[in-house]
Design a protein around this ligand. Structure first.
Ligand code: NIG
Ligand code: FE
Length: 393
């Protein structure tokens, strides 16, 4: 739904635009600003004293306003949970990805309406925490029918749907992984592709090796899907460099990187998407965002929301973790959660506030973006506008 009539948001204490700003200001901050919305888009931004007349008005009361968060990595189509697996990890068990098959079993057994209800619940949760754009992956079906329905349901909630038929090799193919790769590249891709914008592979020991991953991603590219890769999460490996080689929009996790991986990313248009919720929930070492930023790599932050490794839908939580644990400044983390996510999805209409951008914005219960990391765990999202429409709380 788009807004009708014009809506002025004024009395904004600090406006994060993400427009290229002065040195040391990645957020393009403006003070005492106002913003006019028409037809679901930003129509004007300027000093509050020059604000045009509008049909309706929201008084931000001196608060910070920023672009809605862009969560570029989420697995929302699943059934059941794995709270017991989380508890075991907190008692010392390692995370291996082995629990994915548990969720595959539950997902296959669920009805369409049950899956739809879960996606809707998590999408609502994310929206209330400021996420106005979200990518949603399949990957817990792993049959032609279950991957296709996962994407069909995901497409009811987002334009950014990702085919992850190559999440793990399902149990029934355990002793013939080549046959499963053939299924993914053949009938599964053919059925899923009409509902997908992206293709993704979990390229990791215990999931898909580099040859299988390359073959699957190339098949997806051949039918017009953009590439993203789950790479270098559990240990060093070839996933990041494979993503760069294939021109991936994003390589995700990036927890264990060699100097060659960082160099490859720095010389490319591929975004490094960091998912600190996964390190939190698997009690693993966090990726080093500072190393990537200092090398000139574009960094995004996303939730990785899924029932196994990161059951959070909260971008503010990820921002706080990134600042505290990954050597990002608050400004870098906010940029990565907005403009960085948009870059990871190759979108120019979201993740920034400028004339012509989608009117997706957050009004904080705080005077500055700094408070998102400074006040962790506090519900600071006062109001969310999506396509210019205020969302119900
Ligand atoms: O991104 N690493 C692979 N996939 C997910 C975890 C999925 C699960 O454990 O259910 C991730 O962390
Ligand atoms: Fe993931």
């Amino acid at each position: 739904m788009r807004s009708s009539g014009s809506l002025l948001v004024d009395n904004i204490g600090e406006l994060v635009t993400n427009a290229p700003g002065a040195e040391g200001d990645p957020l393009g901050l403006r003070r005492d600003a106002a913003l006019l919305i028409e037809d679901g888009e930003v129509a004007w931004i300027g000093p509050a004293r020059y604000a045009p007349a509008a049909d309706r008005r929201i008084d931000a009361d001196g608060a910070a306003v920023l672009p809605g968060f862009v969560d570029s990595h989420a697995h929302l189509v699943f059934a059941g949970d794995r709270a017991a697996e989380f508890a075991a990890r907190m008692s010392g068990e390692p995370y291996t990805g082995g629990g994915i098959r548990t969720t595959v079993g539950a997902t296959r057994a669920a009805s369409d309406d049950e899956l739809r209800a879960t996606v809707g619940r998590l999408r609502g949760e994310a929206m209330r925490q400021g996420t106005t754009t979200i990518e949603i992956k399949s990957g817990y079906g792993l049959t032609v029918a279950d991957e296709t329905r996962s994407l069909r349901i995901a497409a009811e909630f987002t334009e950014d749907t990702t085919f992850l038929g190559a999440h793990v090799v399902p149990a029934e193919y355990a002793d013939r992984p080549d046959d499963y790769v053939g299924l993914v590249c053949g009938p599964m891709l053919a059925a899923a592709a009409p509902y997908a914008r992206w293709i993704d592979v979990f390229c990791e020991r215990g999931a898909f090796d580099v040859d299988h991953a390359r073959a699957i991603l190339a098949c997806g590219q051949a039918v017009g899907l953009g590439v993203r890769v789950h790479a270098n999460q559990l240990g060093p490996g070839p996933g990041v460099q494979l993503g760069v080689e294939l021109g991936a929009a994003s390589v995700d996790h990036c927890t264990h990187l060699s100097d060659a991986d960082v160099d490859a990313l720095a010389g490319s248009a591929t975004v490094a998407t960091l998912l600190p919720g996964a390190e939190f929930s698997t009690r693993s070492p966090y990726p080093d965002a500072r190393r990537l930023l200092d090398a000139g790599v574009t960094v995004a932050l996303a939730t990785d929301c899924n029932p196994g490794s990161s059951y959070t839908s909260s971008m503010p939580f990820c921002i706080a973790l990134a600042v505290r644990e990954m050597r990002m400044t608050p400004a870098e983390a906010v940029w990565a959660a907005t403009a960085g996510g948009a870059a990871a999805l190759r979108r120019t209409d979201v993740g920034r506030l400028a004339r012509g951008a989608r009117a997706d914005l957050i009004i904080l219960d705080a005077p500055s973006h700094l408070h998102l990391a400074y006040r962790p765990g506090v519900p600071l999202i006062r109001q969310v506008l999506h396509n210019g429409v205020p969302q119900c709380r």
